[in-house]
Design a protein around this ligand. Structure first.
Ligand code: HEM
Length: 348
């Protein structure tokens, strides 16, 4: 079977595709930063709780429900932009994953309830039970992350799709893809690093030097480990794509080099134990790595699809409406935050 016959036709888009790509990469950066703070800090809290120190787990547990809410909300935006520009690939891979993909919703709900129960039941539960609760919630988020990596790699490989017709189980998970393992680990070890940074920031705001110490240690060690995993990810890529990142494609090479440069600056700030400077470099590193991941998608899809061929209808009115609502929404949120901080001053 020719896999190309399984790719639906690209739907026309209202404005130039570059706008959607830009929005996709920027909102994805925000999604990953919040996901990292959640998954990483919960994992660090769990390690500490298992060693009998529940203080750190309790503090990060308080932040887990709002961090999960922000991760989900900031996941919806890239999902929409992804569907606009690459829907003909992403819809197919989601359908092929079947029940595994749908189970993401159940795993998210389990994690959400678990984190809430941990936060509000911390003092009432025994140490063993609350540690188990934190572990189950964390496993829920890891399942979601694994399914997202599976989907994001399956959408890039139409040549794997015909497997669906060879299997009786009616669901395809591309665990045979050698890029899947380093890619998933790269995200998860990155989460441990940024989670460490989040713990350090909590320490800085709460004047808790021990948290700053622990957090910066996680940031530095996980970032060093991730340099090795990143290299593994790079060499697991098909040779033509690897060569594109080694100078064959200027934008792909430049964004990778920029990401590595920012990671170097992040490490420098990490070793100097400067959480604020490290935060600036962490945001830039995640942004450039997200751009690198964007070129990776373009290179993988090149044999099947060129975004420049997508028909553009030139309907600007929906975009203008979107811009108006975006500005109004941001203004409303700024006002809400202003009221919140004012009321906090009053309560203090
Ligand atoms: C615990 C919750 C979540 C975790 C841990 C998580 C983790 C991840 C990870 C690791 C990736 C990168 C996968 C890869 O490229 O290999 C990713 C991508 C993505 N996530 Fe999430 N995610 C979560 C929730 C959500 C939710 C609820 C949505 C949507 C409503 C969402 C939307 C997306 C989208 C659209 C992408 C890909 C964007 C792109 O291709 O540019 N995520 N997520």
């Amino acid at each position: 079977m020719n896999p190309a016959s399984l790719i639906p036709l690209a739907e026309p888009i209202p404005i130039h595709w570059a706008w959607f790509d830009l929005l996709l990469v920027t909102t994805f950066t925000a999604h990953i930063l919040f996901m990292n703070a959640l998954v990483g800090s919960a994992a660090i809290g769990l390690v500490h709780a298992m060693r009998g120190d529940s203080g750190l787990a309790r503090e990060v547990g308080k932040k887990a429900p709002p961090l999960l809410a922000l991760t989900i909300n900031l996941g919806v935006a890239p999902l929409l932009f992804l569907q606009v520009n690459y829907g003909q690939f992403d819809y197919v891979s989601s359908v092929l994953m079947g029940g595994w993909w749908l189970a993401v919703i159940a795993a998210l709900m389990l994690a959400y309830y678990g984190f809430y129960a941990y936060k509000f039941g911390h003092d009432a539960l025994s140490p063993g039970r609350r540690t188990a609760l934190l572990a189950v919630s964390l496993v829920g988020t890891l399942y979601v992350a694994l399914m997202l990596t599976t989907n994001m790699t399956l959408m890039l490989r139409p040549e794997f799709w015909p497997q669906y017709f060879e299997k009786t189980g009616a669901a395809v998970l591309n665990f045979g893809d050698p890029t899947l393992y380093p890619r998933f680990l790269h995200f998860m070890v990155g989460a441990a690093a940024v989670g460490g940074l989040f713990v350090a920031l909590l320490g800085r705001w709460g004047k808790n030097d021990a948290f700053v110490e622990v957090g910066m240690r996680w940031l530095n060690r996980a970032t060093l480990v991730n340099l090795g995993i990143g290299l593994w990810f790079l060499v697991s890529l098909p040779p033509d794509i690897l060569l594109a990142f080694l100078g064959g494609s200027l934008p792909a090479t430049l964004t990778l080099v920029a990401g590595l440069g920012c990671a170097g600056m992040l490490l420098a700030a990490g070793f100097r134990k400067q959480p604020i400077q490290a935060t600036v470099w962490a945001v830039l590193t995640v942004f450039f790595m997200s751009l690198t991941r964007h070129w990776l998608r373009t290179l993988f899809l090149a044999p099947w699809f060129n975004i420049k061929d997508t028909p553009v209808t030139g309907q600007y009115s929906p975009v203008l409406l979107f811009a108006v609502f975006l500005v109004a929404g941001v203004a409303a949120m700024a006002y809400m935050l202003k009221l919140y901080f004012k009321s906090r001053e009053g309560r203090a």
